[in-house]
Design a protein around this ligand. Structure first.
Ligand code: 5GP
Ligand code: ZN
Length: 138
């Protein structure tokens, strides 16, 4: 299903032009307009899914394989040294476009730190309790 009001539906469907580096029946892969690094790409399913939790299982499994393929192609063609996959779910997590997408971000040795956090501290007991809490909802 498409969402008439969704810009990524329009881009994925070819209604709005984009710098496309890959396309098949299920996906379009484009370059991000506001790249975090040279070659930053977005994997867009052609159908509308708001986020990872809404995603169809078949599309979900294809998406990860496609991300590996895009990352490997970046290493060959752009001479990057690695890549990050970033996938935001929900406004609090930084999602700004509510059509599922995976960021594939090339990383260059000595380049800026793009994806990092300050590690916190947690006791074994806290972790065990948290694991039990999350398990109840699975
Ligand atoms: P999010 O924050 O939702 O995970 O990521 C949305 C991404 O989409 C951002 O990195 C933003 O730069 C990119 N973006 C938003 N609108 C457009 C657009 O019209 N074209 C392209 N190519 N990228 C877009
Ligand atoms: Zn959409």
């Amino acid at each position: 299903m498409k969402d008439e009001a969704c810009i990524f539906c329009k881009i994925a469907g070819g209604e709005i032009p984009s710098a496309t580096l890959y396309e098949d029946e299920d996906f379009r892969v484009i370059l991000d307009l506001g790249p975090a690094s040279k070659g930053h790409a977005l994997i867009l399913p052609k159908e509308h899914y708001a986020d990872l939790c809404a995603l169809d299982d078949k599309i979900a499994s294809k998406a990860l394989g496609l991300a590996a393929r895009i990352g490997a192609a970046m290493k060959k063609s752009l001479d990057c040294d690695g890549f990050n996959l970033v996938q935001n779910n929900g406004r609090a997590a930084g999602q700004t476009v509510f059509h599922f997408h995976i960021h594939v971000i090339p990383r260059y040795e000595g380049g800026p730190d793009i994806v990092s956090w300050t590690p916190g501290n947690a006791s074994g007991e806290e972790l065990a309790q948290l694991a039990e809490t999350i398990k109840t909802a699975l």
